[in-house]
Design a binder for this molecule. Structure first.
Ligand code: HEC
Length: 112
């Protein structure tokens, strides 16, 4: 009896996971907002021409990591001219939507 209850609890928890994961940001809106970002971040092994630096891959990255990185660029805790300029224009909603987009490989990996 007890075991059965745990199984039901686990099933309910598992079923609600995808909803929880998306509760913060809207990946479909994030994809639209990330149009400019993909000019740099959407290309495999992309390097800026000048100055030459590698552009990190964002697709599949942890959503919270992306949110933290963008906030750090915005306030200058993490310094990088290009990314500061990019991040400074974003609203909190933009940041969460784009984090949800980049964190979900079915969206950012050339998907819908
Ligand atoms: C002109 C090219 C370019 C554009 C456009 C651009 N980025 Fe970046 N981005 C970079 C480079 C280069 C880095 C690595 C900077 C560093 O070393 O800190 C970076 C780093 C990042 C990181 C940290 C990744 C990590 O692994 O630590 C995030 C998150 C990020 N960008 C998000 C965005 C978003 C969101 C946009 C669109 C609003 C965007 N970027 C637009 C070039 C770009």
């Amino acid at each position: 009896m007890f075991v059965k209850r745990i199984a039901v609890a686990v099933a309910i928890l598992a079923a609600s996971m995808p909803l929880l994961a998306q509760a913060d940001g809207d990946p479909a809106q994030g994809r639209r907002s990330a149009e400019t970002c993909l000019g740099c971040h959407g290309i495999e092994n992309y390097k800026n021409v000048y100055p030459t630096y590698p552009v990190p891959k964002l697709c599949g990255q942890n959503a919270q990591y992306i949110i933290d990185a963008l906030r750090a660029y915005t306030v200058g805790d993490r310094s990088h001219g290009t990314m500061h300029a990019q991040a400074a224009t974003l609203s909190e909603t933009d940041i969460k939507d784009m984090a949800a987009f980049f964190a979900d490989p079915t969206y950012c990996n050339g998907g819908k």
